[in-house]
Design a protein around this ligand. Structure first.
Ligand SMILES: [Fe+2]
Length: 137
């Protein structure tokens, strides 16, 4: 994986979520440079932990946001997050047991996240755009 940079194509138009996605990109890049730079096991594992815990934090925040704006696909979207969280737990266990490595996890998360933003999170932004036009009940 080469380092990823934020560009407007990833923006969903909801500032608080965009800012958190930027932070996720940054943590992915940090883990990537720790992997390619042959950092110590300790640094690698704290970089991995930082990425995992920020991902969990971000999901909670995004779910709160969707809930508060009565996003109609809330349940489906949360289920997608829950599924990813389960996969992350499995990855973490396998990495700890030496059956998998952080590089594989990083590639997986990078693909997952970019697709998720483009296909799922963008729908939240679209919903909010239309909400502006919706009459107040
Ligand atoms: Fe999401």
């Amino acid at each position: 994986m080469i380092s990823i940079s934020w560009s407007d194509k990833f923006s969903i138009g909801v500032e608080i979520i965009d800012e958190q996605h930027k932070k996720l990109f940054q943590l992915i890049n940090e883990l990537n440079s720790n992997i390619t730079g042959n950092s110590s096991k300790q640094i690698l594992s704290s970089s991995l932990d930082a990425l995992i815990s920020y991902t969990e934090y971000h999901f909670r925040e995004e779910e709160d946001y969707m809930f508060n704006v009565s996003y109609p696909r809330f349940e489906q979207h949360k289920a997608v997050h829950d599924n990813l969280k389960e996969q992350v737990i499995n990855f973490k266990r396998k990495i700890q047991e030496g059956e998998d490595d952080p590089k594989q996890f990083l590639d997986f998360l990078y693909d997952w996240l970019t697709k998720h933003i483009m296909e799922q999170d963008k729908k939240i932004g679209k919903f909010m755009d239309l909400a502006v036009l919706r009459p107040i009940m």
